[in-house]
Design a protein around this ligand. Structure first.
Ligand code: F6R
Ligand code: MG
Ligand code: MG
Length: 366
């Protein structure tokens, strides 16, 4: 059976700052999707990571489907009304456009979708990150799909030895999608040269070269490119099919033990380590640290199992402790140098205005 998994995600309000959505808000979104989607979605799962709510659903309508996108848009609008009625912070924050025009892309919410012919066993992982941007997935998925130091399957599994195709998008180009397809192993250095720049070049999708099947879909929204001003970090989501011709679940998870430094954290303007957290984790220290959660499922004729929480294991407690130290280390240097993002990535204009004023006060002397 050909099935599509769509995940649509937005920050539409949260309790106590940019921390966590309320239960009433989550319930509203859940009930809305259950009621309004009952004739055309097969199954769904509504969750939150930090202050973001994600609607994951399965259906047979393909990717970029107007009905699916409108269902999510309307669910987020209904949720926004609840958020407003509760006085939640940032109600409707990510809904940047007034009227739905056929596709939720470019309207604020993030989207990741894959359509595929179901294998007899079909496991996948849904990742959601908060307080960071789409480039946060560059390193872990590069390592998980291209580096045998992390992905043993690249040398051990005949199905994987042909490698993968990475589709990379230049997110600074906003008129159209500017993309390039590169193959591992032969284009490895070119891929690395692009992916080092997490703010500009972002993995959009990954495909198995042996079967041509899609393994990965990542949301590549850059909110400030849509709104032209600060509207929060993009908080990217990703769908990753695993096992068989794709890396094993544990190979995809392995690079997350690095706690690599990403853009985001407080006011979307800092550098901090990405912490793999349990499902339903909220946001705390310095509006962070940037977090990523993973819910693994199996799907059969579009029906989902319950989620398995991939970072809920004693191993990851040890990792989280180390990453907490890393977060404290970089925070100790406050605004200085690498701890705060360069001007082009600062999400607040305040410092630019300040520098413009100060510039006028400089004097020149030989
Ligand atoms: C980062 C984020 C938060 C806010 C911060 C200030 O993406 O959401 O760190 O930037 O809490 O929020 P405002 O400007 O809404 O007071
Ligand atoms: Mg927010
Ligand atoms: Mg968020």
């Amino acid at each position: 059976m050909k099935v599509t998994i769509s995940v649509l995600k937005a920050d539409i309000g949260s309790i106590g700052g940019h921390i966590i959505p309320s239960q009433a808000l989550l319930n509203e979104v859940k009930n809305f999707v259950r009621e309004r989607g009952k004739d055309f979605i097969i199954d769904f799962y509504v969750s939150h990571t930090g202050d973001d709510i994600a609607i994951l659903c399965t259906h047979e309508r393909g990717t970029n489907d107007e009905k699916i996108h409108k269902l999510a848009w309307d669910a987020f609008l209904a949720g926004t009304e609840v958020a407003k009625s509760q006085g939640l912070y940032g109600a409707g924050q990510d809904l940047l456009k007034d009227a739905f025009s056929g596709n939720i892309k470019g309207m604020g919410p993030a989207v990741a979708e894959i359509e595929f012919e179901e294998r007899p066993n079909e496991p996948f992982v849904f990742f959601a990150a908060d307080k960071t941007d789409p480039g946060a997935y560059n390193l872990p998925f590069y390592l998980g799909f291209a580096d045998p130091m992390y992905c043993a399957g690249l040398i051990l599994s005949p199905k994987m030895s042909e490698g993968f195709t990475f589709r990379i998008i230049d997110v600074e180009y906003t008129e159209k999608d500017k993309i390039i397809d590169l193959n591992v192993p032969e284009d490895l250095y070119d891929i690395a040269a692009l992916l080092r720049d997490n703010e500009r070049y972002v993995i959009e999708s990954i495909y198995s070269r042996s079967s041509g099947n899609q393994a990965v879909s990542i949301s590549t929204t850059r909110l400030h490119n849509i709104a032209g001003k600060y509207t929060g970090k993009d908080d990217p989501i990703a769908l990753v099919r695993v096992q068989g011709e794709f890396p094993a679940t544990g190979e995809v998870l392995a690079p997350f033990q690095i706690g690599h430094l990403v853009a985001g954290f407080m006011r979307g303007s800092h550098t901090g380590p990405l912490m793999p957290c349990k499902l339903n984790t909220s946001i705390s220290y310095f509006d962070g640290p940037p977090v990523v959660t993973g819910a693994a499922f199996c799907v059969n004729n579009g029906k989902l199992t319950e989620p398995a929480d991939v970072f809920d294991h004693p191993y990851w407690d040890y990792v989280r402790n180390k990453i907490s130290q890393k977060a404290s280390d970089i925070r100790r240097q406050g605004f200085s140098g690498a701890a705060m993002l360069p001007y082009s990535e600062l999400e607040y204009g305040g410092i630019v205005e300040k520098l413009e004023k100060l510039d006028k006060k400089f004097t020149y002397k030989n």
